[in-house]
Write a protein of this length. Structure first.
Length: 128
């Protein structure tokens, strides 16, 4: 499957659809206008971009198009994370985690959770 890269604004619209789908343009506009001030025309533009990327699709409803996502949120988040990891940290998960822990700190609960996850994680061979 092809990687779909979403812009920050596309994420905003996708979040509304992941929470409840399908939705019409009117419903999406009503949901996003209070948050970001977007007009119906902005929503239509964003939906057209998302449709061209293969992130959303629509079916004809009784009175309006009903838009739904074509990719699960988890897949989109993982692809975004992998892009960030490769672009900013050269693919090093250790550098990413270190940067976040050094910058933000970590609670004891988060540390325990991460340690448990790391202890169960499959180990891959190091690449040359």
């Amino acid at each position: 499957m092809e990687h779909i890269q979403l812009s920050a604004n596309e994420w905003k619209l996708m979040e509304l659809l992941w929470k409840k789908e399908p939705q019409t343009i009117t419903q999406l506009t009503a949901g996003i206008r209070p948050l970001y001030g977007w007009t119906k025309h902005t929503v239509i533009t964003m939906l057209n971009r998302l449709e061209a990327k293969g992130a959303v699709a629509y079916r004809e409803g009784e009175r309006a198009r009903l838009y739904s996502t074509c990719i699960p949120r988890g897949r989109a988040a993982m692809e975004e994370t992998e892009t960030l990891l490769d672009r900013v940290y050269g693919g090093s998960l250790g550098l990413l985690v270190n940067a976040f822990v050094q910058q933000k700190g970590i609670t004891e609960e988060e540390r325990d959770s991460l340690l448990a996850l790391l202890n169960e994680a499959p180990v891959r061979k190091q690449e040359d």
